[in-house]
Write a protein that binds this ligand. Structure first.
Ligand code: SF4
Ligand code: SF4
Length: 105
């Protein structure tokens, strides 16, 4: 997240993540399909809870860790279809489906 982003905006953005954990595993594209290697998690991922064990300092601790941005939400081929950002922003994928749930309480 860019510096200067206010806390409520950061919290709103982070809350879109459904914490499925998929982006914390090695991923590849094979024959046009996303493959999530569940046997290759990030070393900081708690695979039981699917939570990051170094969340507040993850970008310092993990060279591969990337903030999901709006561009990723819209276009990344490495996020699964059930990623909260994909469901929220790729409106063209949900034509005919109910509105994506707001994951905040
Ligand atoms: S450091 Fe990043 S990639 Fe690794 S578990 Fe945490 S959020 Fe996921
Ligand atoms: S794939 Fe999307 S919903 Fe799942 S953990 Fe990553 S950002 Fe969150």
């Amino acid at each position: 997240m860019a510096s200067g982003t206010t806390q409520p905006v950061r919290e709103w953005w982070d809350d879109i993540c459904t914490q499925c954990g998929a982006c914390c595993y090695r991923r590849d594209r094979v024959a046009g399909e996303l493959v999530v290697h569940k046997d290759l998690p990030c070393r900081f991922l708690d695979t039981e809870t699917k939570l990051c064990t170094t969340y507040d300092t993850r970008f310092k601790e993990c060279a591969e860790c990337r903030q999901v941005t709006l561009v990723h939400a819209l276009f990344s081929r490495y996020l699964p279809d059930d990623c909260g950002y994909v469901e929220k922003f790729r409106f063209w994928k949900r034509r005919g489906k109910p509105e994506a749930a707001d994951h905040r309480g």
